[in-house]
Every structure is written in C-alpha cells, then in structure tokens.
Design a protein around this ligand. Sequence first.
Ligand code: PMV
Length: 331
Amino acid sequence: MAATATARACANIAFIKYWGNLSCELRLPYNDSISMNLDGATSTTTVAWRDDLPTDVVVVDGVELDRSGTQRASEHLDRVRALAGLDARAEVRSVNTFPMGTGIASSASGFAALTVAATAAAGLSLSERELSSLARMGSGSAARSVPSGFVQWLAAPSHDDSFAYSIADPGHWDLRDVVAVVSRQHKVVGSSGGHAAADTSPYLGARLGELRTRLPAVRAALLDRDFAAFGPLLEEEALSLHAAALTSRPPILYWAPGTVALMRQAAEWRASGLPVYFTLDAGPNVHLVVEGIHATSLERELERLSCVEAALHCRPGGPAAVVPEALGGAG
Ligand code: PMV
C-alpha cells in the first residue's frame, strides 16, 4: 500500500448555487447545481497515513490547525479509514493559491484534494462518481471539484446518487472568472451554518421553484456558449441565493460595501460596452464573469477601483487528480 499521496483540486464557482440541504448530515442538497472549476484557485494536499501518530495532524498554508480546526478533516479521514479498514492517523499538509474564508470556495478544493489524496494513499481505487459523493460529505460543493471543467451536481435522496459529473471539458468555452477581493475578513456565518438556516427563509420554497426553469436555461446557455443568455441568469441566481440568506432567521448579510459597489459597477460596465456579469458565493468577494476576449479590459478597470484589494484571474480548470510531488514534511 502506498502510504502517501498528493492531489490537487480546483475551487469552483457555481452558476446555479447549492443552498440548503435535504440532509445536513449527509450534505444532500435540495437542488442540482452547475459550476466551473477555477484553475487559478487550487488546493494541493499531501496525505501520509502513519502508525506512529496519536491523532491526525493537519497543516494548512504552513499553519498547524488546532483540535477544532482539525475536526472536520478528521471526520472526513474517518470515512476513508472506514472504507479502507485503516487504523492509522494521517499527517495532512495542504497549500492554497487563494485566501481562505472569503467566498472563494476553499472548502471545495480542500475537501476534493483531501478525498483524492487520502483514498489514493490508502490504496483505494474509487471511480470519479464515488470520489465525488465522498468529497460531498466533507463539503457539499467539493463534489463539484472532482470532475473536470463545467460540472453538474445531482440532488438525490441517497448518498450514492448525489454526485457531480462533467457536462463540458475546460476547453468547451473560454469563460473567465476574475475574482475581485474586496474583503479578507472571515465570513460572518460559514456555509454549513447558512445551509442549516436556509429552511428558516420563507423565500427558499419560491427560489427552489424558480430553479425549475433557471437551471435548464443556465445549462443550455452554457452548452450553447450563449453569453447574452447566460450572463443575466448568473446575476439573478446570485441575488436569489443572497435573498434566501437575507431572509433567514436570523438574517445573514455576507456583503461588504465593496460588494455592492461592484454589483452596481458591473451594470455600468455593460452600459459602456464591456459584457461582464457578477456572481457571488457565501462571502463578500465578487466573481466577475467574462468571455476571454474581455478579460484584459476588465482587469484594467479593476485596477482603477480603490475598493478592490486584489484580483484573481481563473480559467476553466481540470479535475481533481493525484500529482507526483509531495509537500515538504509529509510522508
Ligand atoms: O459546499 P459549501 O458548504 O461550502 O457551500 C457552498 C455554498 C455556495 O458557495 C454559496 C454555493 C455553491 O453552490 O457553491
């Protein structure tokens, strides 16, 4: 058995979002979601199974997590231990290419990379579908970071049937997600808390009804590379998720002043001939989506705005996969 393996996974941006669970324990979503992997926002994770460790050790970006920080990764490692019949503890080292906890989905790339590295190091050989379902248990959106490119995650009432699959390769459409960082503060409410609160929103049912038409429309526009149809749906969908968060009890407000400024700015850019649309995750930073030919103009515009601390430029990314290098110290 190879006791050590390293995997890399992309974060992803959802065009149709996951918000609310049929089962919080199994992270089974109410609705299908659709996303694009982000090649510029990755987690690279080395897992070494070791008989000499009394507890799992998790080091993220050079910082060893305390017991509560390690707990969620450890619970995920328990799932792998159960599948592989392993007793050993794991040393986990992970590095991210983006700031954590700011609405860029670090949990998605983190749990996808952890799933692929931990199972490979345990000698398990799982299908992409099995890896996606397993990653989902760590963080729902991690299910979508397992397959390549543009991805749909199926809502289903059972663990085995709720997995994500690729609907188009990364080369299908030269879309860019330029993530404008307007705040590096930690989220007010983590996404697990947001999903758990979703049921308290009187708007959630209406949102799920709207998705019956919005989801197929987004999927069709994506497959047709029809940006004029795609863009407005992105903004509708982002605002719908935040409407559910804002109407939860207690309400959750993820926005910072720069979030609102950029949402308004996107409309101004469009009026002046730059076709750009925003989307948001559960955080303040704004994902600005453009076709490749407009990415440089957008970046030039962002440089002029004082509310933007940094911009992270992402193209469609590939699947979560084992990579040859190991992160220093593990193994
Ligand atoms: O996978 P989680 O629990 O981090 O939830 C992700 C929630 C959103 O980012 C807001 C939406 C999504 O589908 O990615």
